[in-house]
Design a protein around this ligand. Structure first.
Ligand SMILES: [Zn+2]
Length: 278
């Protein structure tokens, strides 16, 4: 039965992703800087390496740890008696909250930022950016994921539920989809929307240092990091020191974490984006 459901979910996932990509072309939120074909090819190449890294590291570790949690009743949620559905909802919420903190750390700790930077130097933002994480960032995050599973007490079923929630959420909020403004605003009460996450990908540091959540907006509201005051038309996507197309090609971004770091938040003199930095 489980296997059957897994097979059945494939056309739904592919259909959902296809619909989102199609809608992005019909109702774009931001004007694109680079050619879509070039960017998508590059992002999918980074994503393929990331997927391989996840298969080899996070997947086996998380599978073992979630089974251990189930068998030995480890962690917060296993120390209280909860119905299965209640446990799953709380696990998804707590995984989302602790991922908020991991995201903040990937920006604040210079060693982690070297890797997360590869995600941020994309000059455009669309569903393909959601998959474009440096494989190194994903390997390093196995440590955080392990702690999340053990401390929260995440079962295999809860982990699967959270992964599905996260996957749908990151594809949606990275997408270049212009939802009706009222709908986007209403959704912001609950979840991260394309307009909100665009602010996190701005070249203006004060704007990047907001909207850290990967799922529910409640965490940003709780920590005073929620921002919805920057319209998409006023945002330049990327990191100031990497504003030209030749700086973000595949052969430059893959070795980026291992090279000497630039002054990331400084624009090069004469850069056309300079006037937008306040
Ligand atoms: Zn980020």
């Amino acid at each position: 039965m489980k296997k059957f459901l897994k097979i059945l979910s494939v056309p739904f996932i592919l259909g959902g992703v296809g619909a989102l990509v199609w809608l992005e072309t019909k109702r774009p939120l931001r004007r694109e800087v680079e050619s879509k074909a070039v960017r998508n090819g590059r992002n999918l190449a980074v994503a393929a390496l990331a997927a391989l890294a996840l298969q080899l590291t996070e997947k086996p570790v998380a599978a073992r740890l979630t089974k251990l949690v189930e068998r030995r009743n480890l962690g917060l949620l296993k120390s209280v008696r909860l119905p299965k559905w209640g446990e799953t909802i709380l696990a998804v919420g707590l995984m989302d909250y602790t991922l908020y903190h991991w995201h903040v750390l990937t920006h604040k700790i210079p060693f982690l930022w070297r890797f997360h930077l590869v995600h941020h130097v994309d000059l455009d933002l669309d569903a393909s950016t959601a998959l474009r994480f440096h494989f190194g960032e994903l390997v390093i995050s196995v440590f955080w994921r392990s702690m999340q599973i053990l401390v929260i007490g995440v079962s295999p079923a809860s982990l699967a539920a959270w992964q599905m929630f996260l996957f749908a959420s990151i594809l949606f909020h990275h997408s270049n989809l212009r939802l009706p403004e009222n709908l986007d605003k209403w959704l912001q009460n609950f979840i991260v929307t394309p307009r909100l996450h665009g602010i996190h990908h701005s070249i203006v540091r004060a704007e990047t240092d907001s909207n850290w959540s990967s799922g529910l907006t409640v965490w940003d509201r709780l920590h005073g990091t929620f921002r919805s005051d920057v319209p998409p038309a006023e945002i330049i996507i990327g990191v100031p020191a990497y504003q030209t197309e030749d700086e973000v090609v595949l052969t430059k971004i893959l070795p980026l974490p291992f090279e000497e770091q630039k002054n990331d938040w400084q624009l090069t003199a004469g850069d056309s984006a300079a006037k937008h930095l306040k």
